[in-house]
Design a protein around this ligand. Structure first.
Ligand code: HEC
Length: 72
């Protein structure tokens, strides 16, 4: 379900680095805090996966190759 208001259909995520242009101090604090690491893209840094995917339960219905983000 797409909950984006019609007036914002063309809007898209520009990335946090854009905010740094005007909010240098806030961006520095955020980057050095755990908040910036809450959701991480595995394709940009595979090292963020700390779980051992070689030891998944037999009935697991997912693989590491399907994982996109880490949370936490
Ligand atoms: C081109 C400059 C510019 C960029 C880029 C920019 N901002 Fe801002 N932002 C401002 C200005 C100017 C204000 C108003 C500051 C004020 O009222 O003191 C503001 C205000 C804000 C506020 C409200 C702050 C408050 O105290 O109410 C938030 C939250 C915010 N920006 C977040 C962001 C985020 C997140 C991004 C990146 C996605 C971003 N901004 C990118 C210029 C920018």
């Amino acid at each position: 379900m797409n909950l984006q208001p019609p007036s914002q259909k063309e809007a898209h995520f520009v990335g946090s680095s854009q905010c740094n242009q005007c909010h240098k101090e806030e961006h520095k604090h955020w980057t050095n805090s755990l908040h910036s690491k809450m959701i991480q893209d595995i394709s940009k840094n595979p090292d963020v996966v700390i779980a051992d995917f070689t030891k998944l339960p037999k009935d697991a219905d997912f693989t590491l190759a399907q994982a996109v983000y880490t949370i936490g």
